[in-house]
Design a binder for this molecule. Sequence first.
Ligand SMILES: NC(=O)c1ccc[n+]([C@@H]2O[C@H](COP(=O)([O-])OP(=O)(O)OC[C@H]3O[C@@H](n4cnc5c(N)ncnc54)[C@H](O)[C@@H]3O)[C@@H](O)[C@H]2O)c1
Length: 337
Amino acid sequence: MPSPTPPVPAPCAPCAPEDVRRVACVGAGVIGGGWAAHFLARGYDVTAWDPAPDAEARLRRLVAAAWPALERLGLAEGASQDRLTVTGGLEEAVAGAEFVQESAPEKLELKRDLLARLDAAAPAGTVIASSTSGYPMTDMQTGTPGAARLVVGHPFNPPYLIPLVEVVGGELTAPAAVEWASRFYEVAGKSVITMDREVPGFIANRLQEALWREALHMVANGEATVREIDASITEGPGLRWAVMGPMLTFALAGGEGGMAHMLDHFGPSLKSPWTRLEAPELDRALYEAVVAGCDEAAAGRTIADLVAERDRGVIDVLRATGRLPGATATATGEAAR
Ligand SMILES: NC(=O)c1ccc[n+]([C@@H]2O[C@H](COP(=O)([O-])OP(=O)(O)OC[C@H]3O[C@@H](n4cnc5c(N)ncnc54)[C@H](O)[C@@H]3O)[C@@H](O)[C@H]2O)c1
């Protein structure tokens, strides 16, 4: 399918985003493994490195578990799990890589050291992206000689199904590296938001965190169970959010008056005690209540069962809302008109 935007000149990169063939995934847990599955399904050669002794077996299990969902989505020509190489060292993983995705644990010092090692080992100009959930690149790139090629490419779990990636550079990042990364992710089948400034938590995590904070308050105060909280979203606003974001959804809640009427009507409730803003104390009692509540809500389903169930559901939603090639947009009403 032709791409909507013209190719971005990439003065710093060894090749154009469209010509990338080999991607390195460094850190291969939930997110790094999910990235590897995504890139394999899009037909790239993937090299991966993770220092955990059981990392290779874990990664191959994750990719194999994701593959049925990826087959349902449609594999790129030549895509194969056989194109995954797990290396014994970081240097070997990134040698010859045309793009590097770092997905190591969310610890600032670890990220700083690792990004500096990746900068020393990766081919000149190769863009290196971090999956960090919240650290600004400015805080992670200090002291790295090749800071100009370091960007944040923040995915959502699982990266092989959820299209969004938030891309942003730090103070020392070259704008060309941000442009190159955004274009590369688009070519690799992602839906990209390129941010022009660093915002703690980027966009979506700011929003997710606000919701989660309120949910934890409600569990801590016995106001709602884990099950009720989840049902309140999956049976309620979650259905709308897959079609329109929270802003347009609320604009429709204002009837013919749209958002202006919505603000006149419900604006004053912003000051009512609907939100608590301060995070609750994550004490042992709250911790145990949330974990036990999730076990109860899972009702005997294993994590693998839940992953498969989620993957099937997300694909159904993507298909129903016309976000897959060849899909009909029934949920948005397009098909009905
Ligand atoms: N889990 C999510 O929903 C989610 C979503 C978006 C972004 N992220 C971000 O992705 C990153 C990875 O998170 P995760 O959930 O996959 O964690 P995880 O614990 O599942 O995986 C982390 C992996 O990194 C490996 N590792 C440890 N030290 C390392 C090192 N020095 N170099 C390379 N790898 C190392 C571990 O062995 C492990 O396999 C974090 O920055 C996190 O904030 C997570």
